[in-house]
Design a protein around this ligand. Structure first.
Ligand code: PMP
Length: 433
């Protein structure tokens, strides 16, 4: 049967009548790559299925949460039981403490943790806390890092903001944006100079330790250590945004891999097992400023929601108790990247493949990619050709050059081989353009 997205195209047209751009998050619209986004009907294991009857090997994984694969039987069973007990109480539950305890055990820099409903909420709240603690106003972020869509951090933002060409969104007041200073990722000297000039005003540096929102970029050796040293020297807080990398690049996140202790950490995605969740946590003396322990206000009707806590706890327990889980998905990711790289080489391309655990990315770029500017020099047209060629062969990658890809524990050897073979065909198409 020829590949067709006819039903999805009709659904997309109808959705646009009621929802801006037809989607509830911009990159889903395929604005960057063109064409029709498949409307998804269901997902299971490594696969997603659209309403046209197409089946895809999925490397989006809902943009990171689905590290165990879709509809994992044990997570689903626990959710079924939880739903029978009611979906929200707006009152404390045992399961919140359990998930919080597990997180503090796995991530030693987190002594206290507060659950919220998205990564955006986590980074928004953590900035208020950092400003209150330090009694300073300025925040430093890195060009091409994405931390959610609130005003302070929608400045030189990656992810969909870059894909759609709006890294600095209209509607963000100048008064707020002016408190956000930006430097290039992997440029320790640039950060050092900024602190030399304005260090006394800087409340915090927020960083994706392994940025996954300008494509996947890796820290140069010693870089994160320098960021830690500079912030410490000036009394600014170091915030690791591990919404994507947490429980993904390793069980203990990037801070475990690079052995760095940030003052505060933001989490999301994996810790909600596919339900809406975010969290921020860190040093007890800082976190105790959060209401009601302290005066910094932050609240949420659905925060610590029993379904989200159940899915998160079930996911983290499975990750903890499956022998060699991280070793296996890391090895599978390496095998996939090696196979794809070989196929690219056969077509004469020396493209850049990056990997951090089960997170990976391919830049259509033969030069080193280490920050936003180098990432932006990638050949987006080539990516778009590759992307559509893969989609038509049943391989679902994120529809943007500036997004990462996610391996899950449900991906099989056959999935990997099929993806490598499909890549061979797709690179041939790229070679023709
Ligand atoms: N921080 C990072 C590093 C992210 O990757 C994302 C989302 N991709 C966010 C924050 C925002 O999370 P959410 O979309 O849940 O608001």
């Amino acid at each position: 049967m020829a590949f067709s997205l006819n039903k999805s195209a009709t659904a997309f047209k109808e959705a646009k009548q009621y929802i801006p751009g037809g989607v509830n998050s911009p990159v889903r619209s395929f604005r960057g790559v063109g064409g029709t986004p498949p409307f998804i009907a269901k997902a299971s294991g490594s696969r997603v299925y659209d309403i046209d009857g197409n089946e895809y090997i999925d490397y989006v994984g809902s943009w990171g949460p689905m590290i165990l694969g879709h509809a994992h039987p044990e997570v689903t069973a626990e959710l079924r039981e939880a739903i029978e007990r009611g979906t929200s109480y707006g009152a404390p539950t045992l399961i919140e403490t359990e998930l919080a305890r597990l997180i503090t055990e796995v991530v030693p820099s987190i002594e206290l943790v507060r659950f919220v409903n998205s990564g955006t909420e986590a980074t928004m709240s953590v900035l208020r806390l950092a400003r209150a603690y330090t009694k300073r106003n300025k925040i430093v972020k890195f060009a091409g890092c994405y931390h959610g869509h609130h005003d302070s951090l929608l400045v030189k933002a990656g992810s969909g903001a870059t894909t759609l060409g709006v890294p600095d969104s209209p509607g963000v007041p100048e008064a707020i944006a002016s408190n956000t200073l930006t430097v290039d990722y992997n440029d320790a000297e640039g950060l050092s100079h900024l602190f030399a000039k304005q260090g006394e005003e800087i409340a915090a540096v927020i960083i994706e330790p392994v940025p996954g929102n300008m494509g996947l970029v890796l820290p140069k050796p010693g870089y994160l250590e320098k960021v830690r040293a500079i912030t410490e020297h000036y009394g600014a807080l170091l915030i690791f945004d591990e919404v994507m990398s947490g429980f993904r690049v390793a069980f203990g996140g990037a801070q475990e891999v690079y052995n760095i202790s940030p003052d505060l950490t933001c989490l999301g995605k994996v810790i909600g097992g596919g339900l809406p969740v975010g969290a921020y946590g860190g040093r007890k003396d800082i976190m105790e400023l959060i209401a009601p322990a302290g005066p910094v206000y932050q609240a949420g009707t659905l925060s610590g929601n029993p379904l989200a806590m159940t899915a998160g706890l079930a996911t983290l327990r499975l990750l903890a108790h499956t022998d060699g889980f991280y070793e296996k998905i890391t090895a599978n990711t390496s095998a996939l990247c090696a196979g794809m790289r070989a196929k690219a080489k056969e077509c004469g391309f020396n493209f850049r493949f990056h990997q951090a655990g089960s997170l990976f990315g391919l830049f259509f770029n033969e030069q080193a990619v280490y920050d936003y500017n180098s990432a932006k020099r990638s050949d987006v047209t080539a990516f778009n050709i590759y992307f559509h060629a893969m989609l038509e062969q049943g391989i679902y990658f994120a529809p943007s050059q500036f997004e990462a890809a996610f391996m899950s524990g449900a991906h099989t050897q056959e999935d990997i081989e099929a993806t490598i073979a499909a890549s061979g065909n797709a690179f041939k198409k790229v070679a023709e353009y």
